[in-house]
Design a binder for this molecule. Structure first.
Ligand code: GLU
Length: 311
């Protein structure tokens, strides 16, 4: 059981709430912008609140000015968020309290397996690696050994982890064999993305997570953490990725196809919204419209139907 003040903080669901949660690792590309647009539409069509959360815990991956460019690109496209901007780096106290409570309750264990070692024993490329549990029952302390601190893993309870998917079959994974014990604090001392994300979905009262389908495999571990915290996972919309002409996914780090390069090609905000909406066959190619106009023209059923066709 978590202490009561944490239980209260993690149970704050009120009405429909969506969020867009970019990591500030570079300029948003067309695929990220389309995800933001769809997330905004899904929330607004349900009369909900749309939050903007910057996932900036992994400091070495953050890029200078990325946050500013994210905010200005969203504003330029008319995707206004509700409430103050949320930064995970400012919420470390909450994540650390949850982590301490789990450790006090005996739900975590120290793991000394290196990434390299796990890569050597893991499934062939492409399959999601499930932690084989080497340190699960090993008597070991929490301090440094040979100069290295352990990572902290959550000991998953056996059973099935289920969640609802709006564009595909519902998620249904066996905790032990398909998800595995999740790292909540990394060996370098950083709080893990799965911990922060799971805590935030609950603490921010998120009902709809809309994100790229590349994050589908993150859902099992995140749902595992939410279940451990007695929380109800949101419903998920895992969207198809935007592919370039060679069929490759776009990358923020490559800096291609951001709003700046689209504007160099003569596309203003109305043309970019038109391009994104046309890519989903919501409007004819070459349309120009604002996000607000698209919202007026769209319904949740229609959006879900076009997304389902493409998922
Ligand atoms: N911060 C993650 C990213 O930019 C996405 C997190 C999420 O939507 O759950 O890839």
């Amino acid at each position: 059981m978590l202490p009561e003040h944490l239980q209260r903080q993690l149970a704050c669901r009120r009405g429909n709430r969506g969020r867009f949660a970019p990591s500030p690792t570079g300029r948003l590309h067309l695929g990220n912008l389309r995800t933001a647009l769809i997330s905004w539409l899904i929330t607004r069509l349900q009369g909900g609140e749309w939050l903007l959360r910057i996932d900036d815990l992994d400091i070495p991956r953050n890029r200078p000015n990325a946050e500013d460019s994210i905010l200005s690109d969203l504003r330029c496209l008319g995707l206004e968020w509700d409430g103050p901007l949320i930064r995970q780096s400012e919420r470390r106290g909450l994540y650390a309290s949850v982590l301490s409570a789990l450790r006090r309750n005996g739900r975590l264990y120290p793991c000394r397996c290196s990434r390299r070692m796990l890569a050597d024993v893991s499934a062939p490329h492409g399959a999601t690696a499930v932690y084989p549990g080497f340190c699960r029952n090993r008597a070991s302390g929490w301090g440094a050994e040979q100069g290295r601190l352990p990572s902290w893993r959550l000991r998953l309870r056996p059973g099935v982890l289920g969640w609802s998917e709006q564009l595909a079959e519902h998620g249904n994974l066996a905790a032990e064999t398909e998800v595995g014990d999740v790292v909540l604090r990394r060996a370098d001392g950083f709080l893990a993305y799965h911990l922060a994300t799971a805590v935030d979905e609950l603490a921010l009262g998120i009902t709809d997570v809309v994100r790229g389908c590349d994050l589908w495999s993150a859902t099992g571990p995140q749902v595992a953490v939410m279940r451990e915290l007695d929380g109800e996972p949101p419903q998920y919309w895992h969207l198809p990725l935007w592919l370039d002409e060679q069929g490759q996914r776009l990358s923020k780090r490559d800096g291609g196809l951001g709003l700046d390069s689209l504007s160099d090609q003569g596309l203003d905000a109305a043309a970019v919204v038109g391009l994104m909406a046309a890519s989903l066959q919501l409007v004819p190619p070459g349309s120009r419209l604002s996000s607000g106009e698209l919202l007026q023209d769209c319904s949740l059923d229609r959006l879900q139907a076009v997304l389902c066709r493409r998922a």
